[in-house]
Design a protein around this ligand. Structure first.
Ligand code: ADP
Length: 498
């Protein structure tokens, strides 16, 4: 990019500043009316001055034209009185008076240079027809006026003495050219005064525009400072800039974000401490078991074996926690990591239950499957299996001897609908909203006995949400629990950034 375009773009960049925009707007609001006002006032003044001058001269010319007739000047231009009057008129208005007769011959020119010549112009011809004209030449600053020299003839009817009629005859034309220099001079003085006033007003306006733009934008600077303080860690409280409704909106949105970030941070900290705790527990048990073996002498082989079985159990527990944690981390990744394929849900559930039935059998729990219709859907088989097996495993784990687990598979036109129902121990109402949280267990000791770490439902929920589905539950303590899973039949790809 060449330097000129770069400079031009950086110039445009300045216009994106609110401060600069307010500044320019105030300047425009002040300057545009001032310029229009100046033009209108000066133009009105000039029109008015020219009109007054024209009327003035036209009146003078009319009076003089009458005198010309009275003195029969068109026939004899030697009248001293008239010549003196013509001289006075031209002196008074700093102009030139030309008298033209009916045959367009100049019989008098106060400049004395055109006498005897013929003058034919549009104005003179019009005037000879009785129409006076007035014209202002703006370029050369002079006013030109033609006045008809009219004689009134009185006609008498030869038959009736008393009947008289008047007839007007244009005997000549009085052409007056007058300088409008003084009007122009006045206009120039006015113009220069207006310019000075406008310069002063512009300076004042610049100062006002600068101050106002600074003041108006200040609250936004305060918003930036307040947010920077939070960012730099000087302020951890909720911030407030109540100057404008707009800044209040920005700040309240920011406070919401801050609240969410704090919640995320707290949950992250809690998660880390939970993970450390959960990972430490089996290790502590193993250490205790190993130490007690080491501290005793002549330990019988049976005890060794018994302790080693316990240690192996703890290792399994540790392994399960780590596997579950890895599954969770994978679920936290983006939905684009899903390996979507077409799945026959009925088959998947049947395979799952075949695998889990032996475990259920140990506690005489019946695992039933009701397939309402054949359901084909687009999903990630591994993740969906993980989600559903966690639900069914829980239904078996938190069940009672001789209880049942019933899984149904159905669909509407949009969703696959799976329910997992048991008549087990149920979940107390206050715990129902927490059971999908990581590491949450209703009864820690009971859950630990049956090998729970509180990650199963979190994994299940994440996997279902990745498919843009939903999971809900109904449960009554001592009666049983029912989970409802809804997954779109056709996978809807999530748009990036959503
Ligand atoms: P866990 O590994 O402890 O089973 P989960 O996340 O799978 O963790 O479940 C969280 C808690 O929810 C369990 O500890 C248990 O108390 C409760 N829970 C889950 N499923 C059921 C169920 N079907 N019946 C009763 N309680 C359940």
């Amino acid at each position: 990019m060449n330097a000129k375009i770069k400079g031009w773009l950086s110039g445009l960049h300045i216009l994106r500043s609110l401060k600069v925009r307010i500044f320019i707007m105030i300047l425009l609001v002040g300057i545009i009316p001032a310029v229009i006002l100046r033009y209108t006032i000066l133009q009105t003044y000039m029109n008015r001055a020219v009109n007054v001058r024209m009327t003035d001269i036209q009146n003078q010319c009319k009076i003089l034209a009458n005198h010309l007739i009275n003195y029969n000047y068109l026939a004899d231009n030697t009248s001293d009185v008239i010549n003196a009057e013509l001289g006075m008129l031209s002196d008074l208005y700093d102009g030139r008076v030309i008298i033209i007769d009916q045959s367009c011959r100049i019989i008098k020119d106060t400049y004395g240079i055109s006498e005897g010549k013929t003058m034919i112009s549009e104005e003179v011809m019009k005037c000879l027809k009785g129409e006076s004209t007035a014209h202002y030449d703006e370029e050369n600053y002079y006013i030109e006026i033609t006045t008809p020299i009219v004689d009134t003839l009185v006609k008498q009817d030869p038959l009736y003495d008393e009947d008289e009629s008047q007839e007007t005859v244009v005997k000549g034309v009085m052409l007056t050219s007058v300088s409008a220099d003084n009007i122009q001079t006045n206009l120039d003085i006015l113009r220069s005064r207006a310019t000075v006033m406008q310069m002063l007003a512009a300076i004042l306006l610049l100062a006002i525009a600068w101050v106002v733009s600074q003041l108006l934008v200040k609250p936004f600077d305060r918003v930036t400072t307040a947010i920077s303080e939070v960012k730099d860690g000087f302020n951890t409280e909720q911030i407030s800039v109540p100057d404008y409704i707009e800044t209040e909106h920005i700040i309240s949105a920011f406070n919401d974000l801050l609240g969410r970030m704090k919640a995320v941070d707290e949950s992250r900290q809690e998660f880390v401490s939970n993970v450390s705790h959960e990972l430490k527990t089996p290790i502590t048990s193993m250490k205790v078991l190993a130490d007690s073996l080491l501290m005793q002498e002549d330990v019988p082989v049976e005890l060794y074996k018994e302790f080693m079985v316990d240690i192996a159990d703890e290792i399994d527990r540790e392994n399960k926690i780590i596997t579950d944690l890895l599954s969770l981390v994978r679920m936290d990744k983006r939905a684009s990591d899903l390996n979507i394929e077409s799945i026959l849900l009925n088959d998947l559930l049947e395979r799952l239950m075949k695998r889990l039935r032996p475990i259920a059998k140990q506690r005489n729990i019946d695992v039933l499957f009701e397939s309402v219709r054949e359901v084909k859907l687009e999903a990630d088989e591994v993740k969906l299996t993980l989600a559903l097996s966690n639900l069914i495993e829980n239904a078996i784990k938190y069940n009672v001897e001789y209880g049942y687990v019933k899984v149904t598979c159905d669909a509407d036109h949009q969703f696959a609908l799976i329910t997992v129902e048991d008549n087990g121990i149920g979940i107390p109402p206050e715990a129902q909203e927490h059971i999908f949280e990581r590491f949450y267990r209703v009864d820690k000791s009971h859950s630990k006995d049956i090998g729970g770490n509180g990650l199963g439902l979190a994994i299940a929920r994440n996997a279902i949400l990745m498919h843009r589905g939903s999971v809900q539950l109904e449960s009554e303590e001592g009666k049983g629990t029912k989970f409802f899973v809804k997954i779109p039949l056709i996978y809807i790809k999530r748009q990036e950034g959503k």
